[in-house]
Design a protein around this ligand. Structure first.
Ligand code: ASP
Length: 595
């Protein structure tokens, strides 16, 4: 070992002892001939002192030290002078007086220093990730990530799960995104697909009788990236045999309780609350609502049907919806100008035709530019249905179900944050259950799977598969944390006949189904137990447990929104010989455009 202790280890117990430390120069301060250095490593920081009475070579060398040089110091531990204790540091009561110094490696003038107060620009951080990873916040987050994964693995091991690795080079799995493809050299013109998830493999493990499987699995999906998505991400992937939805949900309830306790010191009540998909859409306009605050959507379509306001009335009469939210106490905070801004948002972002609003005045009457179109009785009905109190602001969307869901979800989310209706550090866990099996592909009579094609319908809905597929509800469940989908899973179809039928509904005829998933359809005929599972998005769970809002801050080497690795500059061109080996000719390139 080059060192006797780490930079977070020495304390008053060691006073008087000699020691050797190694680390990075975090900061340098010079006080009239005495040089102080904060020496940093993963474990902490130690104040290192170069006294003027040290050997001249040491003083000379110390004067040349710069930020981020890697050094080794030998010396003696002494108590800091009175009044100079730093209680924030584990080493804050001592300092380290140097007898000997060795520079192990120098550091070029860095584009930023890890200890600086402002967070450097993200491009710079991603390009020089080795420097960014030295920042305390990154270190803390990756340590948290490691603890979360360990807790997950321990919990699963305690519950008899077997950790099994599945292939990275495999066959395309239908999770609904575009595949990343890997060309085969041996079978020219053929491709492996990187797994969008280990879905089929884990089902096969159940058919093989392994009963409980987990994997911390890397998944790859080539989709346009949003702020909280990455092209490759990590899931806690889990599958169980002889179970129904409640059993999988119960298993994950237990995991969330363990994580909340071990990682955050929180006691959460089980079972976690559950909402059906239909309830979630009706009350919050979304299948991953933030339940840290109320402000539920209220349906006023019936009142609108016979009111005198043309927009409301015609919306209701045409079979659409008039729904609103009560932004309690927001009337004084939202001027006409702010309401105009909200109107622009619902129009531009969600395609709504407009936003109607009412303010509940001190005397309890409703004020609105459109109030004159309503009778006293209708205003009273609205007020009571919306439970409006003086100072409240009522916001309404009159539109199709989809537009009213999207718009009210968007406004509710915004208002919840702006009106500070919840404590941002609060954690709220819940389940959304009973999702539709299928959703209609836009502008067609085709169905697509809402989760994936292996999802089982509820037993009572099996009969509707042929007659009314849009009505069937699935044995599907999503875990929601603070308005984010943290995981999702389903009970699977374990009967090859039903699986064939579902493929058929998804437009996959028997021949193509056999071609793509023949091995699964076959396996289902060789004794498949009832089974189901779930996958939790580990990057997202870490982000939520760390209280962060950028998923890239939870991953050691993330990619940009364009799926580009700024440090290694991947993707990149390859040698012509490599392409030749694969039998590939590149016909289109944007190699010269900037990433
Ligand atoms: N494989 C699914 C996914 O990755 C989750 C599951 O159903 O287990 O979304």
């Amino acid at each position: 070992m080059l060192r006797t202790h780490t930079c977070g280890e020495l304390n008053k117990e060691h006073i008087g002892q000699t020691a050797t430390l190694c680390g990075w120069v975090d900061s340098i301060r010079d006080f009239g001939g005495v040089t102080f250095i904060d020496l940093r490593d993963r474990y902490g920081r130690t104040q290192v002192v170069f006294n003027p009475d040290a050997r001249s070579e040491v003083i000379e060398l110390a004067s040349k030290l710069r930020n981020e040089h890697v050094i080794k110091v030998e010396g003696i531990v002494r108590q800091r002078p009175d009044g100079q204790f730093n209680h924030k540091l584990s080493t804050g009561e001592i300092e380290f007086v140097v007898n000997d110094l060795q520079v192990l490696n120098e550091c070029k003038t860095p584009p930023f220093v890890p200890g600086q107060k402002d967070v450097p620009g993200e491009d710079l951080r991603l390009k020089h990730r080795y420097l960014d990873l030295r920042r305390e916040k990154m270190l803390q987050t990756l340590q948290l990530r490691s603890r979360i994964i360990k807790t997950m693995r321990d919990y699963c091991a305690d519950n008899d799960f077997i950790d099994i690795e599945t292939p990275i080079l495999g066959r395309s799995t239908p999770e609904g995104a575009r595949d990343y493809l890997v060309p085969s050299r041996v079978f020219k013109g053929k491709f492996y697909a990187l797994p969008q998830s280990p879905q089929i493999y884990k089902q096969i493990m159940m058919i093989a009788g392994y009963d409980r499987y987990i994997q911390v699995a890397r998944c790859f999906r080539d989709e346009d990236l949003r702020a909280d998505r990455q092209p490759e991400f990590t899931q806690l992937d889990l599958e169980m045999s002889f179970v129904d939805s409640d059993d999988v949900i119960g298993m994950i309830d237990g995991l969330m309780k363990r994580l909340a306790k071990d990682i955050l010191g929180l006691d959460i009540q089980l079972p976690l609350p559950r909402l059906t998909y239909d309830e979630a859409m009706a009350r919050y306009g979304h299948d991953a609502p933030d339940l840290r605050f109320g402000m539920q959507i209220v349906d006023c379509t019936e009142i609108a049907r016979d009111c005198g306001f043309g927009v409301f009335k015609s919306t209701a009469e045409s079979g659409n919806f008039v729904r609103g939210i009560n932004a309690s106490g927001a009337a004084s905070k939202f001027s006409r100008k702010r309401i105009d801004e909200l109107t622009a948002i619902v129009k531009d972002d969600f395609g709504a035709k407009g936003l109607a609003w009412f303010r509940c005045e001190e005397d309890g009457t409703l004020f609105s530019p459109v109030a004159k179109f309503f009778s006293e009785e209708h205003l009273a009905e609205i007020k009571s249905k919306m439970d409006a109190q003086p100072g409240d602001l009522l916001l309404f969307i009159a539109d199709t179900w989809e537009v009213s869901c999207k718009s009210l979800y968007g406004i509710r989310k915004r208002m919840g944050a702006e009106l500070e209706l919840y404590d941002p550090s609060q954690m709220h866990f819940s389940w959304i259950v009973e999702f539709p099996m299928f959703e209609q592909v836009a502008e067609s009579d085709q169905w697509s799977a809402m989760h994936h094609p292996f999802t089982a319908p509820r037993d009572q809905d099996l009969k509707d598969l042929d007659s009314d597929p849009g009505k069937t509800r699935a044995k599907a469940y999503d875990l929601i944390i603070n308005g984010y989908e943290a995981g999702g899973g389903t009970i699977r179809i374990h009967d090859s006949g039903i699986q064939q039928k579902v493929f058929g509904l998804l437009g996959l005829d028997a021949e193509s189904a056999q071609e793509r998933f023949g091995f699964l359809l076959d396996a289902l005929k060789y004794g498949a137990p009832p089974h189901g599972g779930i996958a939790l998005g580990i990057d997202r769970v870490v982000m939520l447990f760390a209280g962060l809002d950028n998923i890239r801050d939870c991953i050691a080497f993330p990619k940009t929104q364009k799926a580009y690795d700024m440090m290694t500059e991947a993707p990149n061109l390859v040698e012509p010989i490599q392409l030749e080996d694969l039998g590939i000719k590149v016909s289109k390139t944007n190699a010269n455009s900037s990433p």
